[in-house]
Design a protein around this ligand. Structure first.
Ligand code: SF4
Length: 491
């Protein structure tokens, strides 16, 4: 890329629902049980390619539309990151930006517009172009002032019509991408990013994109990242982490947000050895099939926690969603990790194809048996562009005509239902799952022990506990509203 910047560019993760973790880094966008924010890495990366740009992440900074809209006056281009749940409100932010500065060029990037470029441009009159596929270099080329028709990998508006440029091949030279930590330091407030199971403050970034697995529900590999794990070299990762350590001495943990950091075991081990020399504490996403000898290398070199997508405790459901993991392997992996002292945050999804009342109970029992340290339970979310979405459309599983993934407060809805398993039962089972997992004597003792050992942990867990119960109350109230609305409509 050249250093020539013709358009002063603002990268914006717009405000939407209060506390909405829809950032360009979040895998499913919604308000969480406890206040959580992932880093906007997918926006920071193109921002790092555009000299003099600025990245504004409105939700963690608590910024409102009224506060961010006037920023448009100081820029020639604003690039917004959008998601399916927030698309409607992101359009309104784009309109407000144009109200403030009618000459500003507005681009939109993210999985939603990558999958639905034409429909998105037709729905969003204030948006001039959208990224189709990986958008880092497209953003940079538009910022250089190149005519939109010459920038590969976008759709744009011209004379009332939507036009497409030729596709842009996936980025192969990942080391050519500049470090995102420079943008983090320049534009973000590190302390505003919180994830319940990570030490605070934390920093997350990617060392590669794509995942070899083909899980039917999973957003990034099926939309922007692809099914090859395209990676940065271990030396490049080490250099960025050394810089991050220097920039952020207050950070207690670094998280590698690659879809599956353990997809390439020899590389994961080599990076671990380099991180071990840096003396940092780190965590990553992993599939539940990492062999013990690799876990040992990672643990010996600073690995603290693995974020593991178990999804279900029923093998038929895992097969239906093409998870590519056997339950017996997941059990062995979990025993190994725990015996090595590695903390596990396990994620589960209710309402996947094949779900029944019995399989929900089976998954709860499986979670209690393998006993991750903490869990997250979410509802199956059929994002446009995923195989799950296509399957749900074909088989009539979508529970509402609008395909809403969140309610008016940004909380996940049960978007799927099946013959014999109503939307309401899937929705309610999330709370039951949490209660049955956490309200067991051994779990309560473990949590209380951690709190008593460390006053900071005590303060944090008490706050999170209050948030958690408030979230459950609001969730129940929102379902009550939906049921009243449904019965009135039907009635
Ligand atoms: S292994 Fe994880 S990241 Fe990869 S496709 Fe499956 S859910 Fe997505």
């Amino acid at each position: 890329m050249s250093d020539r910047v013709a358009l002063r560019t603002l990268f914006l993760h717009p405000p939407s629902f209060e506390g909405f973790d829809g950032g360009a880094g979040s895998r499913y966008q919604a308000r969480r049980e406890i206040r959580s924010f992932w880093y906007p890495t997918w926006l920071a990366q193109p921002a790092a390619l555009v000299p003099g740009s600025r990245l504004v992440d409105a939700p963690p900074d608590g910024l409102t539309v009224e506060q961010v809209a006037p920023l448009a006056r100081a820029y020639d281009q604003v690039v917004l990151h959008t998601s399916t749940p927030s698309f409607g409100s992101d359009i309104r932010v784009a309109e407000r930006l144009k109200d403030e500065n009618p000459r500003v060029l507005v681009g939109m990037v993210g999985a939603h517009v990558a999958v639905l470029p034409e429909a998105s441009l037709r729905a969003a009159r204030a948006v001039d172009w959208v990224g189709v596929g990986e958008f880092d270099y497209a953003c940079a080329e538009v910022a250089e002032g190149r005519p939109l028709g010459t920038v590969r990998g976008i759709a744009y508006r011209e004379g009332g019509r939507v036009r497409f440029t030729p596709p842009r091949p996936p980025i192969e030279d990942m080391d050519a991408l500049p470090f995102v930590v420079d943008v983090y330091r320049r534009d973000l407030t590190i302390e505003h990013y919180v994830i319940g199971y990570l030490l605070h403050p934390y920093v997350s970034l990617y060392t590669g994109r794509g995942c070899r697995s083909k899980c039917t529900f999973c957003l990034w590999p099926q939309t922007v990242g692809g099914h090859r794990y395209r990676v940065r070299s271990p030396a490049s990762v080490e250099a960025e982490m050394a810089r991050a350590k220097r920039y952020f001495p207050q950070v207690r943990e670094f998280f590698f947000d690659d879809d599956t950091f353990t997809d390439d075991l020899p590389r994961a081990e080599e990076i671990a050895r380099r991180l071990g020399r840096l003396g940092i504490t780190w965590s990553c996403n992993a599939k539940a099939n990492v062999p013990r000898r690799t876990l040992e290398v990672l643990r010996d070199n600073g690995l603290r926690l693995l974020l593991v997508g178990y999804e279900s405790g029923n093998q038929r459901i895992l097969n239906n969603i093409k998870k590519g993991v056997r339950l017996d392997v997941a059990r062995q992996f979990t025993r190994d990790a725990k015996s090595l002292g590695i903390t596990i945050h396990g994620t589960f999804i209710l309402g996947l194809p094949g779900e029944t009342h019995e399989t929900i109970q089976e998954t709860v029992r499986f979670a209690c048996e393998v006993e991750p340290d903490t869990i997250q339970v979410s509802l199956a979310a059929p994002y446009p562009g995923t195989a799950l979405h296509r399957e749900a459309q074909e088989r009539g599983w979508l529970s509402g005509p609008n395909e809403d993934l969140v309610n008016r407060d940004g909380v996940q809805t049960a978007a799927l239902e099946y013959p014999g398993l109503a939307q309401a039962e899937i929705f309610d089972s999330v709370e039951t799952f949490y209660r049955r997992f956490y309200f067991r004597p051994r779990k309560i003792i473990a949590i209380a022990g951690g709190m008593l050992r460390d006053p900071a942990v005590m303060r944090r867990r008490l706050r999170e506990g209050a948030e958690f119960f408030r979230f459950l109350r609001e969730r129940r109230a929102s379902l009550g509203d939906a049921r009243v609305a449904a019965s009135s409509a039907g009635g």
